[in-house]
Design a protein around this ligand. Structure first.
Ligand SMILES: [Zn+2]
Ligand SMILES: [Zn+2]
Length: 139
């Protein structure tokens, strides 16, 4: 129904295409996702491995997660964009880093996990002063 989901890294040396809709889309607040994304939480889309085709070279980094599982994280060695992760905990599935999609408006999260690690102010971002572009700088 939707156009095929496509994405890739910032320097465009890695690209991918998905042949299905995500099985699930989730926000994850765990510590590894915070570190890995360099942000406050991750948005991840779960796909069966066979439904994603990737071109380009990725670098793998292995880490033991909060829940004790060994996780492989894959990113572009040139620009550092995070592309996906996989774990023996969920064989045959790939968790795609949604920020690498060309158009994130095509997906919609349906749940959040590791909320015990959620930063308390994440729930309050809509209350912050908001600027459509860069904030004004007072010099
Ligand atoms: Zn890249
Ligand atoms: Zn996580």
């Amino acid at each position: 129904m939707n156009n095929k989901l496509k994405g890739g890294c910032l320097c465009e040396s890695v690209t991918y295409q998905c042949s299905s809709e995500p099985e699930a889309t989730m926000l994850c607040h765990c510590l590894e996702c915070q570190k890995w994304t360099g942000s406050s939480y991750a948005t991840m889309c779960l796909f069966e491995d066979k439904n994603i085709s990737i071109t380009g070279k990725l670098k793998e980094f292995k880490v033991t997660t909060d829940s004790g599982n060994l996780m492989s994280k894959f990113f572009c060695p040139e620009c550092g964009t995070h592309i996906f992760e996989s774990s023996a905990w969920l064989p045959n599935y790939t968790a795609l880093a949604a920020g690498s999609l060309n158009d994130q408006s095509l997906i919609k999260p349906s749940a959040q996990c590791w909320t015990k690690r959620m930063l308390p102010w994440v729930k309050e971002t809509h209350e912050l002063p908001a600027f459509e572009e860069n904030p004004p700088i007072n010099t």
